[in-house]
Ligand binder design. Sequence first.
Ligand SMILES: *Cc1c(COP(=O)(O)O)cnc(C)c1O
Length: 341
Amino acid sequence: MVINLISDTITQPSKEMRIAMSNAVVGDDVFGEDPTVNKLQQRLADMFDMEAGLFCPSGTMTNQLAIKMHTNPLDEMICDYTSHVYQYETAGYAYNSGISVNLLKGAYGKITPDQVSAAVKPLYDWLPISKLLVIENSCNKGGGGYYTLDEISALSTVAKEKHLKFHLDGARLFNVLVETGESTEDVGEQFDSISICLSKGLGAPVGSVLLGNKEFIRDAKRFRKVMGGGMRQAGIIAAAGLFALDNNINRLKEDNDTAKEIGQVLETLPYVEKVLPVKTNILIFKLKTMPATEYVALLKEKGIIASAFGPYEVRFVTHMDFTPAMKIRLLEILQEIRIAD
Ligand SMILES: *Cc1c(COP(=O)(O)O)cnc(C)c1O
């Protein structure tokens, strides 16, 4: 039995999802004529009470389009230093949009209104113009923690005061909403644009959707095209996204609960220094003496795939293909391991 906890992106489309895909009514989406793509875009836009949506191959593309649409070259975006838009998108903000980045040091990936307010630059010829604020919910590299709606609302107020556009990288937003019970409409109200990933915990094989107002999405569609992201009968994959929205949102709570349960066991183990607060489906723990790469190699010999997330930090991500039998086996293995102090 291989137990893969490297990410929630590794989930396989279920049999039912594949049936929905094979039954999808499709058309040419470059002409805007794929009914399944249109339905997915409209479904998410309606959920978040936003005007329009744009289906893209990846969350990197939806984020990059948002940055491009909200800024001009020589501007800057403000975000936490752990942000996906800074860490994991190949410096696309610089390459695609010609902008700079103003990094804040938040707590577990979360920044405060005061930090943002202080970071906004005055208007001088020799400074980039602060134009865009990006936050992530849940915070991936921050360990799966999240902003509540009240915290987001306070950031949104500062963004308005300072004339910043406000983008949400909501790759795992639904893992948050199943915890807080907050509504998608209330979240939508706070932002100029939102990116939602269907290929993380929601279990679709491919795809992300960018949400915003009509003009924003119309212009983003042009840039999707120039980036090579105009797809033809994309309804085949959009159908998986619709299936995920219909069937896989509520069950994300199980992934969050499972991560918490594993975290509680890890806290009792002599070789674990500490477990970061487990808020959603991402679990990061720190080892006392063994380097993370060695520990990850040890786990791999035992059939468990995880990632080294720092010199002594290890990350597990729970997901829908992590079965109860796998959980039992995982907990046995974690408890069997002996490491000298
Ligand atoms: C996964 C992820 C993305 C998008 O990644 P793709 O692999 O390009 O779809 C964006 N932001 C965060 C926080 C993510 O975890």
